[in-house]
Design a protein around this ligand. Sequence first.
Ligand SMILES: Cc1cc2nc3c(=O)[nH]c(=O)nc-3n(C[C@H](O)[C@H](O)[C@H](O)COP(=O)(O)OP(=O)(O)OC[C@H]3O[C@@H](n4cnc5c(N)ncnc54)[C@H](O)[C@@H]3O)c2cc1C
Length: 191
Amino acid sequence: MTVHDVAVIGAGPAGLAAALTLAEGGARVVVLERSESFRDMPGEHLGPAALPVLARLGWTPRAPGAVPLSAIVSHWREGPPVRQEALFDPYGLGFAIERTTLLSDLAARAGTAGAALRFGSTARGISGRPGDWHITCDSGDVTAGTIFDASGRARRVARALGAAAGAADDLICHHRVLAGADAGAVELVLE
Ligand SMILES: Cc1cc2nc3c(=O)[nH]c(=O)nc-3n(C[C@H](O)[C@H](O)[C@H](O)COP(=O)(O)OP(=O)(O)OC[C@H]3O[C@@H](n4cnc5c(N)ncnc54)[C@H](O)[C@@H]3O)c2cc1C
């Protein structure tokens, strides 16, 4: 069994950002990710407000994977579309990015800082108490002083500790990948 200061469950943007920050601060970090590798997922829009946060982690969008978005056009229920021009956003342009590029870059930086990333590692059970947590995991059990729950909607830790979830609304999502965007003036359209 391996002992760590922090076990991060989930290698999405939140988990990797946390792992990188903690490892750079000197913590012994392990990231447990149930997938076998980073894979393409919906969710490629990087809002402008995220950019300063990612820049602090040493990451900036870059071509060819990142395309600047000049506006976000939202169609919600009734009424005309709402346009948010990047020009009027204090953080400037958002970007359409390749999620796998963002994740791979953050993972590489976290690894350089000393964090261990374990793919194919589903956290299946959590026991213990603050300062001495035990995680049952496919790739070998882990002991850590702190658990950082970055398991996304799975909310692995919260559920293991008995927290219930409540639905806030009835949003659904349908996504589609379109080919042939002109990189000159790309807008994100939400419907
Ligand atoms: C269809 C869709 C479109 C979206 N579009 C956008 C968008 O354009 N822009 C945007 O900012 N956000 C978008 N989102 C929201 C997006 O999901 C979040 O921004 C982002 O993925 C949240 O990051 P996260 O790291 O918290 O969680 P996630 O990205 O969900 O990462 C959680 C990770 O935990 C892992 N995991 C879960 N359970 C376990 C376990 N037991 N053991 C080990 N690993 C585990 C999962 O495999 C996953 O890799 C979209 C969401 C959906 C569903």
